[in-house]
Ligand binder design. Sequence first.
Ligand code: SAH
Ligand code: SF4
Length: 357
Amino acid sequence: MINLLNFDLSKLTAYFQSIGERPFRAKQLMRQIHLGACDDFDAMTDIAKSLRLKLQENCDIRPPEIIQEHTSTDGTKKWLLNVDNQNAIETVFIPEENRGTLCVSTQAGCALDCAFCSTGKQGFNRNLTTAEIIGQLWVANRALGATPKNERVISNVVMMGMGEPLANFDNTVSALKIMLDDYGYGLSRRRVTVSTSGLIPQMERLSQECPTALAVSLHAPNDDIRNKIMPINQKYPLKDLMNACLKYLQFAPRDFITFEYILLNGVNDEARHAQELLDLVKSVPCKFNLIPFNPFPNSPFRQPERESVLRFRDILNDFGIVATIRKTRGDDIAAACGQLAGQVKDKTRRTHKFQVA
Ligand code: SAH
Ligand code: SF4
């Protein structure tokens, strides 16, 4: 069976052509599948019966299956989704007054092994398919009560769940295209954010093939510290990364890069680090998202005191850089940044962790 969630509009159109169907029918179907959150061909009454029968024989709409759903006291929701009976991934919905943000995962585990990240500590198992990535939107949308006529509940998507999106480039881009497509979820490019640890060649490809808002996980003011906490820095050091950010901005839908900066007590959170950071980013139009470290079991780091977080923010602000402290949402259901662990079949010798709140 062909899982139609794997197809963005151009792939669905190509498939339709191969079975002798006209391109506009592909658009009709996209709308039903995604905006309508429909997985039943019989219910798609605006689509010709003959086509529906053909689809029923060869295709299905198969999103990941919900294993658990948790709702935080602050309204944040987290779903644990089964992708292949060996791996489970997590997706988080964060409602705010004027928007609803879905945080999606792109890989089962992650190979990049950042020292402060719970996903990284599990090692890498595999890339998610396009169907598994866009399926998170599908599942959340449906669970949140979407119908084609409803107002959209999910207005923003951030690729800040498990995994490094740009290390799973092709599937991530196909999923992005479905999010942005008017016949898919119709989201604005400015409201879809890819978060990357800084894979330079893929940042360039993204700017060409499907530019969206970009968040870069910076986390350190110099190569010494960054090398220690993010092994990827040895391959793509900070100077090159800053240049890549500048280049990205030439094509980006927003005129700034969001730098994510995790604050680790005694490691990168002192005033001198903030000063050094100002110098590092001086040529890049940017905003900062400061994330006090979210602890997880067996991690060697600690969250800084509130005063040092505020001091760090003030140094950036005084220099004219917008810096906000990320509010921790969904803490009580382990849905905060860096806490997503899901369940990944462990292929590493690292400590295995299975976390369900
Ligand atoms: N791989 C991508 C996207 C997923 S991680 C990336 O690294 O950017 C999303 C964000 O959560 C990143 O900025 C990441 O550094 C941050 N993060 C990871 N572990 C964290 C933790 N324990 N506490 C707070 N933030 C964390
Ligand atoms: Fe991977 Fe991002 Fe976690 Fe680093 S922070 S290990 S890149 S998911």
